[in-house]
Design a protein around this ligand. Sequence first.
Ligand code: ASP
Length: 441
Amino acid sequence: MTKSIDDGRKGMKLHTRILLGLLAGASLGILANTQLGGKHPLVEWLNYFIAGPLGQIFLRLLFMIVMPLVFASIAMGVAGLGDLRRVGRVGGKAVGYFLVTTFLAAATGLVFVNAIQPGSGLDPAVRSELMATYAADAESKVTASRTGNFGVETFVNMVTRNPVKSAADGDMLGIIFFGLMFGAALTLIPPARAKPMIDVLESLNCVVISIVGMAMKLAPYGVTALIFGVTSRFGFALLLPLGGYVLVVLGALLFHAGVNMSLVLRFAVGISPALFFARVRSALVTAFSTSSSSATLPTALAAAEQGLGVPPQIAGFVLPLGSTMCMNGTSIFEGITVIFLCQVFGIVLTLGQMIVVVVMAVITAVGAAGVPGGSIPLMVGILAMFGVPGEGIAIILGVDRILDMSRTTVNVYGDLSAVAYVAKSEKLWKASMVPSEARQV
Ligand code: ASP
């Protein structure tokens, strides 16, 4: 069992302080933006010298431990499960759950965007203005989409040639694969030989979790800084013409998390959604403020093990997979955005094409990296399939950060539900094993 990530202070819980940080950052940022404007020298100074560095240090502390954490937790998870057939079964269940929930999410998005049609009324003048404003950004995404495609090579590249290089490049799938092989090999060699390595991995895991604890002490301030950075510079004026689209994405995300996932949690996982939510909220707030499933992985692992009481061999194995492969929120966002942009460009899709959008949204959500804006280059690839110019992505780039924060939160919520589902179906955990509130972070 890992050490608690709480800092041991008496009084306010860590997640409450993080939440207060989020509210403080948002209010100060909105105040600065509306009173002074996003480009005011004071706002720029605050972002450059205070909020920017603080937010970056917090993010970097989290990213710093992601690779060792993924390697150690996957290798130990596999070794802890013991028998390779069991590893296959657990992995199969996890991937099955990822796909079913991601598909459900994309289908929900499709219903929302078709019912409300937010793209039909967008003024062509606004469309041209947005495309002109974000042209340079859009071009870099279009270029990235040419190199970052999801296909056969994605699977071949998973078999990393050099795990050290994969770790250095932030190639999560390569490290997951190496961790799987390493853990599998540990189950195949004589136990007396495996034991010292397992001890090392266990100790590495404890060290990493302890670093998470240190990083999380900074979280309330880091979160304030990150949210201030977004809200103080955000073009709120943009929200007006794109308001319908933003509301459809947020509405579908909320519906998926509040209705679809609640049904899944209640009936497939057997836990009250309110209890589940309360136990994982520190991970959700981290996801919201970092816009990155990978950066949230350390906090999510702590939430799964300490908050929900899921055994480490399941959490350590399923969560790293989930943080790169299970992206419910991203598939909602991608499906809605593709159809929204088709509406904006006057492209009418048939039912068959809509189904292709859903399938592509699921595939690219699985392939997207868990970093801010990780899904955008992949989505540019889908746009091209339906005749929307890749540069059309410019239309939504200005509001993407807010949507990214929200969809990442739903992604992480889905990952954590996957862990609970797999642990329950392996009969290693049930809702009655959730520790009492007093032990929560
Ligand atoms: N930021 C998302 C995540 O990390 C990925 C994306 O949709 O861009 O989960």
